[in-house]
Design a protein around this ligand. Sequence first.
Ligand SMILES: [Zn+2]
Length: 223
Amino acid sequence: MRCISLMIIILLFHVACKPQINIVDKPIIFDEARKVLTLEYIEDHYGLEQDEPNIDPKIIVLHWTAIPTFEGSFDAFENVRLPSWRPDIKNASALNVSSHFLVDQDGTIYRLMPETTMARHVIGLNHSAIGVENVGGTDEMPLTEAQLKANIALVKYLKKKYDIDYLIGHYEYTNFENSPLWLEIDDGYRTIKTDPGIDFMQKVRNATENLNFKPVPEKFKTE
Ligand SMILES: [Zn+2]
């Protein structure tokens, strides 16, 4: 009897300690062609010669897709090459944008690619950044409470798994220019971002305060 009680206690302890997160794997295409384009991007933009397109995660970057549906958002990342409607960043590389995670409006978390493979989602920092995209973000389809909860759970899960220093919103990425993590070679390659909104970021930060992320750097001075 005592033995059974002990087993129940161990089981309850195990359940309580297990991170309460459910991740659905839904891989985008990551074939040899995407691998080659990713390695080229790493060399052309970061000056790094690597055999594998791997990253050392130090930053989590939260985004919104500004596309109102899950299917539309997934389609934007799935193919290997940039679609013709992204001429703004096509000159920098033909590699399509992507993200490690895509969170649907109902809070379902999809993993689109391995967490330590490089995704193109944030200029200057892709070599050390895990991307979390959220479906929506437009006036008609703002981010939801379920997405907020999912992002908080995902940030906790990732922080536990990797040696992450920073949690940022995409709109904050240029604050890292001239910091040691910033590797972009092309000074002309920048885009202006507002995702995932200041309000959403503040809520995620408040809920993950005890994880002690480093503060987002003030813009580093260039001499
Ligand atoms: Zn973004």
